[in-house]
Design a protein around this ligand. Structure first.
Ligand code: ADP
Ligand code: MG
Length: 764
């Protein structure tokens, strides 16, 4: 009997074990190899004869190499050309990267499966850089050609050193010697959900006889993933519930009742309900950990402020953390305005009962910062507002009772843990996000939080109409953007023009410098897949680098605005299409006081058009702005677009969002834009978007680790399974938090934690 943690070198030839153990596979133990799942399966019978290949189609052929040549292109670059045949016809296979090409392993006479698109070159069919799987002789038909043709051949993620058939052979050796396997899933659970045991699952996934076998194995292995995750999360919740902290009870004579009675608007039902839930939790001697989800503009700030006032009334302090300085400053102003005299203790216009609001940001002057820090430390400031840096820089509080984190999608599990570890009496935590999160994502990524949702927008909100301005297909539409902006300004409104970058001139330096303003492919829902996100620089080099900035042609083709940055667009707009309007720039590389002044002027209506980067993405609240044009919108993720769009429609007048793109045709990017234009319902958008992305994009960074926890699970498709696993995990942890009677599961969880697999939302 073989144990799952037995090193492979005890069981396999030394040479094989060594190669498997090397990067990037790093398969060291029996479990490593058995969990190294086939990426897909070939059914030999489904292979295409070379004679039947059709130009332009993706095909898979099984062929023998008859010639293997290395040639030199006119540029001097070398490339490899194979001639292959399956007896029905010949084909050319070309590999352009000789150093890494599989051609090196395909000498004349060897056999391989080639998968790729068929095209024609010099009258001959060819595949360029096809996916290539060399076959060993023992993969041949043997005595039973029928069975051979019918079998599913696993195709493993492989390397040059260890190809897929070699991995298959090693797996076979293990499975032959594998006895009973300690199963992490309890037998009763397996019975209830009709899951095969782990050993069987390994057999079915590595040596299936049918698609059904693979499906049965996958369902079982998905359960392992889901249970591991949910047990980790259930244990977090369990630990949190065992933590003790100070209960913060409301006070009749406190600031909150006075504040409520003077609010200029009536709270929505949702705001009232969530408020009551939060108050009840704050009144417990157990730290609250709640996620408040709510559409852009649904009024989360006032909910947070009321929670903060509850804590202040109970003698504690509250911190409000924003993802960027711009937003922290805006929160500070907004909160001061909402509080009025209640936020001005010690000032002339104090209205008792009152507290003080302190702003702590990196760009404060030394004296202002000293004062703010002192007010936080001596408790003079009941409310402290800043960026996330507040936590890392160890700002001292007299009695921190509540931390509110705005725009959670930039705030990971690790930071939440840091908060909990911070004090002897850990603060209550309220996390807020407008990024729509599908339920299953909320349950996995934010599984340690309880969730509340504000579904209703305050009365008086206006609809937003969204249009895709495809300038590649309709060049004349570019002018309509500027025409629309002029119309809105003429009607007394204001506009945003958003660019994905500050400047197109200095390649590589176009990231916005302000920490949270950087363009990252989002890890959160609605983000973008690698290579097509705003962070990717795969677009054509902006022509501005060649000195053509004075013309409205930045990218390919006449008049194209592809790749344009704030610094080029603004002067061109100011002298051209928007001449006569008051135009200003806002981006992270501007000094903080300039950013501040620009925002203040825009808020006061002294600037008509703000040409900005995504610094305005979150929270910026200027109700008089009615139109937003997003340039190169295809470079943004869905949630970013949704956030940006939420900057308009905040007042009485209807909002307009124009999604400019220079991308032609039906691509994932243009599909994304069509989705955004089709609905303003964030939850619906999140579903649409999640459906188009791979799980790795959602779960993010740690998914590259060695023992990845989530490989098969699909957050959208496997919602039912994840819900079931959550329930099972909760029950299991409630009765046996240390998993004492489930050693195999405990081991899996420990392994997963070792790899820190739950820091999903590190980025984005
Ligand atoms: P978000 O949820 O996007 O953070 P905010 O908290 O910034 O939204 O609220 C957006 C605007 O709506 C603010 O100007 C706020 O004062 C206002 N607001 C909040 N609640 C209400 C309400 N119940 N009625 C009317 N206006 C409200
Ligand atoms: Mg907000």
């Amino acid at each position: 009997m073989i144990e799952l943690d037995t090193p492979l070198r005890h069981l396999l030839p030394a040479k094989d074990a060594k190669r498997l153990g090397e990067r990037p596979l790093e398969l060291v133990t029996v479990a490593d190899l058995l969990e190294h799942l086939p990426r897909r399966y070939h059914r030999r019978g489904e292979l295409t004869n070379l004679a039947d290949l059709v130009e332009g189609e993706a095909s898979t052929v099984h062929a023998r190499v008859v010639r293997n040549e290395s040639r030199t292109a006119r540029t001097g670059r070398r490339y490899a050309v194979l001639t292959v045949t399956d007896g029905t016809a010949q084909m050319t296979v070309t590999y352009f990267n000789p150093a890494r090409s599989p051609a090196r392993r395909l000498s004349t006479g060897s056999v391989a499966v080639f998968s790729g698109k068929v095209d024609r070159f010099n009258q001959r069919l060819q595949m360029v850089n096809p996916e290539t799987h060399p076959l060993e002789d023992d993969d041949g038909p043997g005595d039973d050609p029928d069975r051979w043709a019918r079998a599913l051949v696993p195709i493993y993620p492989a390397t040059e050193q260890v190809n897929s058939p070699a991995i298959g052979r090693c797996v076979r050796v293990l499975l032959d010697g594998l006895g009973e396997v300690a199963d992490p899933l309890p037998a009763d659970l397996r019975a209830r959900y009709r899951l095969v045991d782990l050993r069987k699952a390994y057999e079915l996934v590595h040596q299936p006889e049918s698609k059904g076998d693979v499906e049965r194995a996958h369902r079982r292995l998905k359960w392992d993933e889901a249970m591991t995750l949910q047990v980790i999360l259930a244990r977090r919740r369990h630990e949190i519930s065992a933590m003790a902290t100070i209960a913060r009870r409301p006070r009749q004579d406190g600031i909150l009742p006075a504040f409520d009675s003077q609010l200029p608007f009536a709270l929505t039902d949702g705001q009232r309900e969530v408020g009551a839930t939060i108050q009840a939790e704050l009144a417990q001697p157990v730290p609250m950990h709640r996620l408040l989800q709510g559409e852009v503009g649904s009024g989360k700030t006032v909910v947070a402020l009321r929670a903060m006032l509850t804590v202040v009334d109970a003698g504690g302090q509250a911190a409000l953390l924003a993802p960027t300085e711009t937003l922290a400053v805006q929160h500070y102003r907004g909160v001061r305005a909402l509080l009025g005299g209640f936020g001005r203790a010690g000032e002339l216009d104090e209205t008792p009962p009152a507290t003080r609001v302190a702003l702590v940001t990196g760009s404060l002057g030394a004296r202002a910062k000293r004062e703010a820090l002192a007010a936080a430390a001596d408790g003079g400031a009941g409310l402290v507002i800043g960026t996330h840096a507040l936590l890392h820089e160890g700002v001292a509080f007299r009695d921190l009772g509540l931390v509110v984190v705005d725009e959670q999608h930039r705030f990971g599990v690790e930071q939440r843990d840091a908060l909990r570890a911070r004090a002897t009496d850990p603060p209550h935590v309220l996390v807020m996000t407008a990024t729509p999160i599908p339920r299953t994502v909320a349950m996995t990524v934010f599984g340690d939080l309880e969730v509340s949702t504000l579904t209703q927008l305050p009365a008086g909100r206006s609809p937003i109409a969204t249009f895709v301005v495809n300038a590649a297909e309709h060049p004349s539409w570019r002018d309509r953007i500027w025409g629309r902006i002029r119309d809105e300004v003429a009607a007394g409104h204001q506009a945003y023009v958003v660019c994905p970058r500050i400047s197109s001139v200095v390649a590589g330096q176009d990231d916005d410098a302000d920490e949270g303003d950087r363009l990252e492919p989002e890890a959160g829902p609605g983000g973008s897949a690698p290579g097509r996100g705003p962070g990717s620089r795969t677009g054509p080099p902006a022509a501005a680098a060649a000195g053509r900035v004075e013309e409205p042609g930045f990218g390919d083709g006449a008049g194209s605005l592809a790749g344009v940055g704030v610094e080029e667009l603004l002067p061109w707009l100011a002298e051209g299409p928007l001449a006569g309007l008051r135009v200003a720039a806002l981006h992270g590389r501007l000094p903080a006081d300039v950013k501040d002044a620009v925002m203040t002027r825009f808020a006061a209506g002294e600037v008509d058009v703000l040409v900005a980067t995504t610094v305005i993405e979150v929270g910026v609240d200027v109700p008089n702005a009615t139109v937003i044009a997003i340039m190169d919108a295809d470079r943004f993720g869905v949630s970013q677009l949704h956030q940006l769009r939420g900057r308009v429609g905040r007042g009485k007048a209807a909002g307009v969002c124009l999604l400019h793109t220079e991308v032609d045709g039906d691509t994932p990017a243009t599909q994304r834009l069509a989705n955004v234009a089709a609905t303003t319902d964030g939850a619906e958008l999140a579903r649409l978007d999640l459906g188009q992305r791979r799980e790795g994009d959602v779960l993010g960074a740690s998914q590259s680790g060695r023992s990845r926890t989530v490989r098969l699970l699909e957050l959208l498709k496997d919602e039912r399974l994840i819900l079931d696993a959550r329930e099972e995990a909760g029950r299991l942890v409630a009765t046996d938090p240390d998993l004492a009677s489930h050693p195999a599961l405990a081991r899996r969880v420990a392994l997963a934690l070792d790899d820190r697999p739950v820091e999903y939302l590190e980025k984005g």
